[in-house]
Every structure is written in structure tokens, then in C-alpha cells.
Write a protein that binds this ligand. Structure first.
Ligand SMILES: O=S(=O)(CCO)c1ccc(-c2ccc(C3CCCC3)c([C@H]3C[C@H]3c3ccccn3)c2)cc1
Length: 240
């Protein structure tokens, strides 16, 4: 993967995104407003516009029992599961297998009235990072999705408006070993998930419509995605 033309960009964006994800909400600078909460899940956004378009950064934090960061990133990165959990996906194609940890996708999302239908081309990279805080603790796993261009899929040449996104899913596993020395089980693991995204909707859409879409869709996405992983992994060995 080192020699691929995208490698320098991938490495730079991954380092950037992970640094951002690691910062707590307080450190990320003010302006974050909590817009959704459900148990351990907290969703924040900052209201930002670019040329009159809503490009609100989103940051969600969640703690889920019984799964690990490797499992969360595995089910997020691997194409074959995506239709199971990505509710708004209409079409997904793998355009390029850059390496075993880096893929390029083309996706069309279901049209959300009154906005026109959207599509997106992005590279997706999965990576394990050393746990700097706790040397012998479980590693951190991350998936970064970043818009890119592909010669065969020029933007806005068909029915869809091309969106641009930068997404970072960063997961930190926590293990609380059983006191009585019994073997580790899923009751002893949990995962702290940080999901950051900035989406540029590409073409104009009313701010009120976009903010309503995000307010509805993001909590739904994260709840459905984590429930899917719990269900997929419950009778399988733990993936650390
Ligand atoms: O994390 S990922 O990489 C997962 C890989 O699939 C990701 C996340 C979100 C999107 C996305 C981008 C734009 C929109 C809007 C913009 C104007 C009209 C459509 C939506 C709308 C469909 C809604 C939505 C919002 C949040 C979550 C899921 N669905 C979704 C794409 C990819």
C-alpha cells in the first residue's frame, strides 16, 4: 500500500482525523451543541455554513458493552455488511481495492425529499493504532472515509449531486477482567466509539431540511449500526 498514489494523502488525513477524534468535546473548541442523547450515546454538532450551504461538523460519542473496537471497525469498513446497517444506502460499488486495508467506494444514497439524490466517491482506510495512554492496553482501531475523485465517475454528470465527506470512526476497547479468574467473555469488554463527520451536501438544500435530516438520521444510524454489531458478534469469538 505504501506505493499507491493516494498513500501520502491517506496517511496525512488519518493522522489528522485521529488527533481530532481523540480530543474531548471541551478541547475541540467551543461551539459544540449537544443535539441528541440516548443512554450512553451523545451527539454534538457545530453550526457551520460554507457558501450558504450547511456543513455542520458532527461528533458522536457512545459506549457499547459486549463488543470491541476491532469488531466495530471491521463491520464499518467491510463492504459486504454495509447494506445491512446503512439505512440510506441505495447503491454501493467498490471501485478499487487499493490494499487489504484501503478501498475506494462509489455510493448513492436514497433521495431525501425535497433535496435531490446524492452520490459520493471516497477512499476508506482501516488501521490499528498503538494505545499511547496504556502501553499494554488494547489497541485503538479506526476507519477513515474521505471523499476523492475517480476518472470514471465525474461529479454531477448524472442525476445525483456529488457530496463531499470526511468521516472518522475511532474505537477504544476496554477490558475489565473477571475477578474470579474465569475466562474472558463479552461481559468483560466494552467499546468507546467516537464518530466524527463533516459532510458538504454538494448542491444547495435548505438549511432547515438538512439539519432535520441529520438530526433524524445520525442517531438512527449509530443505534442501528451498533445493534447490528452486537447481533452479529454475540455467538462469535471476541475479535481484539
Ligand atoms: O459514515 S459513512 O461514510 C458510512 C458509509 O456509508 C457516511 C455517512 C453519511 C453519509 C451521508 C452523506 C450525506 C447525506 C445527505 C446530504 C444531503 C442529502 C443526503 C446523508 C443522508 C442520507 C442521510 C444520512 C445522514 C446520516 C447518516 C446516514 N444517512 C448521508 C454518507 C456516508
Amino acid at each position: 500500500a505504501c506505493q499507491h498514489r493516494l498513500w501520502p494523502e491517506i496517511d496525512k488525513v488519518v493522522q489528522q482525523q485521529v488527533a481530532m477524534a481523540r480530543m474531548g468535546i471541551g478541547e475541540c473548541g467551543s461551539g459544540w451543541q449537544l443535539f441528541a442523547e440516548d443512554g450512553e450515546m451523545k451527539m454534538y454538532r457545530r453550526e457551520e455554513e460554507l457558501d450558504g450551504m450547511v456543513v455542520d461538523p458532527l461528533k458522536a460519542v457512545h459506549v457499547v458493552k459486549g463488543i470491541t473496537g476491532h469488531e466495530v471497525c471491521h463491520y464499518f469498513f467491510t463492504p459486504q455488511y454495509r447494506y445491512d446497517w446503512e439505512t440510506t444506502l441505495e447503491q454501493m460499488n467498490v471501485l478499487e481495492t487499493i490494499s487489504d486495508d484501503t478501498l475506494m467506494f462509489m455510493q448513492t444514497h436514497k433521495r431525501i425529499w425535497p433535496a435531490s439524490q446524492r452520490d459520493v466517491v471516497f477512499w476508506s482506510h482501516i488501521r490499528k493504532l498503538p494505545n499511547e495512554k496504556d502501553r499494554d492496553g488494547p489497541d485503538i482501531w479506526t476507519v477513515v472515509n474521505n471523499s476523492t475523485e475517480h476518472p470514471d465517475y465525474p461529479a454531477n454528470n448524472g442525476k445525483c449531486v456529488r457530496i463531499f465527506l470526511k468521516v472518522c470512526l475511532m474505537c477504544q476497547t476496554r477490558v475489565d477482567p473477571p475477578k474470579d479468574g474465569t475466562p474472558l467473555s463479552r461481559e468483560n469488554v466494552s467499546c468507546k466509539i467516537t464518530y466524527c463527520s463533516v459532510v458538504n451536501p454538494g448542491g444547495w438544500a435548505p438549511a432547515s431540511v438538512l439539519r432535520a435530516v441529520y438530526k433524524r438520521e445520525y442517531p438512527k444510524f449509530l443505534k442501528r449500526f451498533t445493534a447490528y454489531i452486537i447481533n452479529q458478534t454475540k455467538n462469535k469469538p471476541i475479535m481484539f
